[in-house]
Design a protein around this ligand. Structure first.
Ligand code: GTP
Length: 332
């Protein structure tokens, strides 16, 4: 995708786009529907667990969760872990909690699984939920088992590893990766605590079969829940730029040493490519013969822009700011 150049460069604050052009994008193509198998396996393991720990990305606390989780696994006590809190702008944390309460979600914890923040809140909460669950009959069993579910790449495996670090002083039991789809099958039980004796089941990330809007698809993609090339790195970079400018997050200007904030992705990627030395020689056929022209490598610049954002270097962001501005739903 090459975007038409617009004359907005340098006009910081003077004309950020009011909306992102969504027309003509087929969101269904970005999210391959091969995840039903994972959900079936999870359903069949449900009888082994006392509680569901749903992990989601704190940058999109109100959107992008898979509604099928509630339908198929909703019988067990449930807690929501909003992970990657280090990457999320949580100035309106209370409002987020109110919105979630409006949806009937009362047990919410914000975590950072890289720095083990708030990890110690999880096990007591699981224990409390299980013990107060009227459906639960513990009998002679003294152990707890919870299933960790969520859409891809939100940090399910990282949470299990963080719990083991905190409670068992043990290292990795489950593989972690920067790309979605690292955990392929429902795995065996992994011990995370001795007292109380608690096991967790890691599961593969499962996205909703239908993503309700293109904008939600773009937010999910920005959080890395789908492989970037399926959406297009430059489209994603443009949505990122649109978001950063609308939220007045101009860290990218300083990070890349740009002349000014700018709402034109082609202009930004060109400067980023030149800064990073990501340029390529292209042969152009002219009337007098071949001429070598130096061109910015737009896809490489887009990849760097996305990577930098995801590592937190451009500052924390709240991608659900628009949803937060609406009044919370009243839960029946
Ligand atoms: N900044 C930040 N990164 C995190 C955090 N938790 C996990 N990550 C990173 O997010 C990426 C995905 O983590 P995983 O634990 O593999 O996620 P998953 O949900 O198990 O992924 P799938 O197996 O694809 O479903 C990795 O690069 C982790 O290092 C966090 O709290 N903060």
């Amino acid at each position: 995708m090459r975007l038409a150049s617009r004359a907005l460069c340098g006009a910081a604050g003077a004309g950020w786009r009011e909306s992102f052009p969504l027309g003509g994008r087929d969101v269904a193509r970005w999210f391959p529907g091969h995840m039903a198998k994972g959900l079936k396996k999870m359903q069949s393991s449900l009888k082994l667990v006392d509680c569901i720990i749903e992990v989601h990305d704190a940058r999109i606390p109100l959107s992008g969760r898979n509604p099928l989780f509630q339908e198929t696994l909703g019988l067990k006590p449930h807690m929501l872990v909003l992970n990657k809190m280090d990457l999320a702008d949580l100035k309106e944390q209370q409002k987020i909690i109110q919105h979630l309460e409006g949806e009937g979600l009362k047990n919410v914890v914000f975590t950072n699984c890289v720095r083990d923040e708030n990890i110690k809140q999880i096990i007591p909460m699981v224990r409390g939920l299980v013990e107060s669950s009227y459906r639960y009959h513990r009998g002679e069993s003294l152990e707890y088992c919870a299933m960790v579910i969520g859409i891809p790449n939100v940090g399910k495996s990282s949470l299990i590893n963080a719990l083991r670090r905190q409670h068992l002083r043990k290292g990795k039991a489950t593989r972690v990766g920067g790309e979605p789809g690292i955990t392929r099958a429902v795995m065996s039980r992994i011990q995370v605590c001795e007292r109380p004796l608690m096991f967790l089941l890691d599961t593969p990330g499962v996205l909703a079969p239908r993503i309700e809007s293109v904008e939600m698809g773009l937010k999910l993609a920005l959080c890395g829940t789908v492989l970037d090339h399926l959406v297009g790195e430059e489209t994603l970079a443009d949505y990122l730029l649109y978001t950063l400018n609308r939220h007045q997050l101009f860290g990218y200007v300083q990070h890349y040493g740009l002349a000014a904030a700018c709402d034109d992705i082609a202009g930004v990627l060109k400067q980023v490519a030149v800064r990073l030395g990501k340029t390529q020689k292209v042969k152009v056929l002219t009337g007098t013969g071949d001429v070598n022209v130096i061109q910015p490598n737009y896809p490489a610049a887009a990849r760097d822009f996305l990577r930098t954002f995801r590592s937190g270097l451009l500052g924390p962001v709240m991608l659900d700011r628009d949803v937060l501005q609406r009044p919370p739903l009243a839960h029946p």
